[in-house]
Write a protein that binds this ligand. Structure first.
Ligand SMILES: [Zn+2]
Length: 195
C-alpha cells in the first residue's frame, strides 16, 4: 500500500522510501500521477487504488534519510497545536521524541519549533498567553507597549520615566522562567541613588 502524509501546508504527499511526491493529476479508475517534490527532478510515480503501479525516471538528487519522518513529525505537531490544548512545550517535546537521534539534525532548533506552534495557534484563534489582562496597570494606564506574536514589551509610563532619568541601566535575560510560549524574559533595570 502506498503511504501518504499531509504536509504542513495541508497538501497530500506520497512517501516512497526516502522520497516524497506531490500529485500532478488524476487519471482514470482511481489512478493518480505523482512527481518528485523536488521541482527540478523528473522522477514520476503512478498509483492506482493506493498501490504503486509505475515508477519512472531517476532522482536527480541524493535521498535525505529521515526527511519523511521529520516532515511527518512537523505536520503532526501543527495538527496537535490546532486540535489539542496541550501546552506548547509538551507538543514540542512530543515532536522531538518522534524523530530518531540520527535524524535530529534535520529538525529546526527547538525555539523555531516552539514559534511554529505559537504561530499556528494564533492563526487558529488560539493562544495560550492570556496577556490581555496585562494591557493596563492596576491604575488603568498602558502597560503593554509592543505586542507581536513572539515578543511582548511591558512598561508603565513610570518605568519609562524612571529609565529616562537614571544614567545606569542593567539589562539581563533569563531562559529559565518564561511564560508559556516564550523563551526569554528580558528585563531592564536602572540604578537610582536616592533623592
Ligand atoms: Zn526526486
Amino acid at each position: 500500500m502506498a503511504e501518504y502524509m499531509t504536509s504542513q501546508k495541508g497538501k497530500r504527499k506520497l512517501c516512497l522510501g526516502p522520497f516524497m511526491f506531490v500529485k500532478v493529476s488524476d487519471g482514470a479508475d482511481n489512478k493518480e500521477i505523482w512527481k518528485c517534490e523536488i521541482r527540478t527532478c523528473n522522477a514520476r510515480v503512478h498509483t492506482k487504488n493506493d498501490i504503486v503501479t509505475f515508477e519512472f525516471g531517476v532522482h536527480t538528487h541524493a535521498p535525505v534519510h529521515g526527511k519523511v519522518a521529520v516532515t511527518k513529525a512537523r505536520a503532526e505537531m501543527k495538527q496537535r497545536a490546532k486540535d489539542t490544548e496541550e501546552k506548547t512545550r509538551q507538543i514540542v517535546q512530543h515532536t522531538l521524541t518522534q524523530v530518531s537521534v540520527q535524524h535530529a539534525n534535520l529538525l529546526p532548533q527547538m525555539s523555531s519549533l516552539t514559534r511554529d506552534v505559537c504561530r499556528h495557534r494564533q492563526r487558529n484563534g488560539m493562544n495560550d498567553n492570556h496577556v490581555e489582562e496585562y494591557n493596563n496597570t492596576i491604575s488603568g494606564n498602558t502597560f503593554i507597549r509592543i505586542k507581536e506574536p513572539d515578543f511582548i514589551l511591558f512598561a508603565a509610563q513610570e518605568d519609562i520615566d524612571f529609565l529616562f532619568s537614571n544614567q545606569h541601566w542593567f539589562a539581563d535575560g533569563t531562559f529559565r522562567v518564561t511564560p508559556e510560549g516564550f523563551h526569554q524574559l528580558y528585563t531592564i533595570h536602572s540604578l537610582c541613588y536616592g533623592p
